[in-house]
Design a protein around this ligand. Sequence first.
Ligand code: ARG
Length: 565
Amino acid sequence: MVEYKLEIAKLIKEQVDLELEEIMSMIEVPQNADMGDFAFPCFKLAKTLRKAPPLIAKGIAESLANASMFEKVEQVNAYVNMFVSKEEFVKDAVAEVLEKKEDYGKSNVGEGRPVIVEFSSPNIAKPFHIGHIRSTVIGNAINKIYDAMGFKVTRINHLGDYGTQFGKMIVAYRHWGCEEDVKREPIKTLLEYYTKFHVEAETDPSLEDEARETFAKLEQGGQEETKLWQWFRDESLKEFTRVYDMLGIQYDSYAGESFYSDKMPQVVEELKEKDLLVESRGAMIVDLEPFGLTPAPILKTDGSTLYITRDLACAKYRENTYNFYKNIYVVASQQNLHFQQLKKILELMGYEWAKDIIHVPFGLVSLEEGTMSTRAGRVVFLEDVLNKAIEETRKIIEEKGVVTENVEETAKQVGIGAVVFNELSNNRIKDYVFKWDKVLDFNGETGPYVQYTHARCASIIRNAGEMDLTGFDPKYITSESAYQLVKAIADLPQVVIEAGEKYEPSVVTRHIVDIAQGFNKFYHDEHILVDDPEEKKAKVALVVAAKTAIKNGLALLGMDAPERM
Ligand code: ARG
């Protein structure tokens, strides 16, 4: 692809005495297409050139007028407005997509540098509910986006598999547990035990002591306790994995909190050596008040460790093991303080890589009927949501009489895709309300709409039959709607980089909607499978490019693109 800004800057540099980078940074992309594809404002130059900006603009416009990449160059007031040659642009842009195929949209800005993306990280023996969709789906998209940018990504699920609650769970199981129940419905059953523990402990406080002792035994590697804990973990993981499989999510590591249990003593030692630990009412903390943060508790009065102690050990382990360029945590904004503390402590420990700890926060998801509450039994399991989406989609497909080879498979791709796309449609930091009719709308800016557009492209290509698309003549695809579509397609690689830099998959989601809308406008305005073989060839080339861009874009979000629907 021609690097327009660079090429334009080179031409302008012949006229003005500025650095190439500076000129490039001055070149604008006008909002209004009437003002060209690129514009160069001349205000800044007035002082050095001692000329009125419009005069300067006129001089530059005249000198650029003959360059082959432009169709037209105009001076309007202090601006040089440049209209690039549509044919040149369309030819390069479409040919590039046809050549790169599934690699279109990728870049190598990452140069193979190691990046960790930690996402999902649910707590074991707790419901894997609709709230978890956020970290799971946003994190998976960030993982794919970084991969497409040429980073070497390690995907980690930092399971919440450690802490005093396991003492309680083991005690509860020993008192009231039933193996069959746990096997049949692990999470729901374990949660019941856990709830029962709290109810019973109100009248029998000795249960709390028992739980503390049991956790201590677990920490010391007690055989019985470890066996039970391992079993709870395995059963929970089975449930989580079912959901990850549905979403097509894979991990390189499930090193969760428990993985760091034997790595914490060193960190505590190190904090002591570096004079960072202070005593506060029997507990050990790091005082962060000078930095406007609340103190971080490292050891409880009984010497047991805390969540942040594990994260400190974890960050150090990751640095030693992966030598990360970035260590990205996709975790709810409720944990903002936790990650500020974590980063600050690592900084105080003298680690310059503390700056590469990146917390990517997101807002809350709620249900139309109100917030979820485990206690009130208002928990919506993620697996149930996905199954319902598949079910509803199957009904819609059957009503519409869609012809597909495999209704089941299509319903799955579209139903789950709908939920994923919805999740990634808004800026992640915004809270949002999960609404079924919005998720499954085939006409709105939704997953089904985009997938349907992709299937429409596929259908046109099938109807066109075998064709050799090389050497297509771009003059047939320069109409306004074709040109706008090409522009949207051509922007994809840059959009992926922008999304990565902002840790914001919704930038990709919205851009895919733009491409789909661009395609549908082109489809509406023009007859594609015309008789003239040359015209048909060029138009089919554009359809193939649109299909490729949509498919690759969806893949970055973790979505499939069915060929028929
Ligand atoms: N398990 C935690 C939770 O459910 C999230 C873990 C976040 N990651 C971390 N490294 N602290 O809230």
